[in-house]
Design a protein around this ligand. Sequence first.
Ligand SMILES: [Zn+2]
Length: 111
Amino acid sequence: MHELSLCHAIAGVVRPYAAGRRVDVVRVQIGALRQVVPDSLSFCWTLVRDHESMPEAELELEFVAAEVSCHSCGQHSEIASRWTVSCPQCESADVEIVRGNEFLVTSLDVT
Ligand SMILES: [Zn+2]
């Protein structure tokens, strides 16, 4: 499952930073193009955090809208659909993805 491997990746980032301390909150930034199902990610996290001995760690998700820069019309736009990547102004597929592929652990609260 996609979300499960993402959770393992998150835990892999958190583990060395936590260094045995209690992790309360893990904040993760996820781009719309990652096609993550939030409920599924939260559920997988509950499995992974127990396995990783950080059962108190809450996952806080911050979603980043996808944005493209169009080579045809030069417009910079946010795109609503996460399944097709094209320019909403002129429908050209000749676009560069500016944002939306983020997958970052941005901060942790440890005690
Ligand atoms: Zn365009």
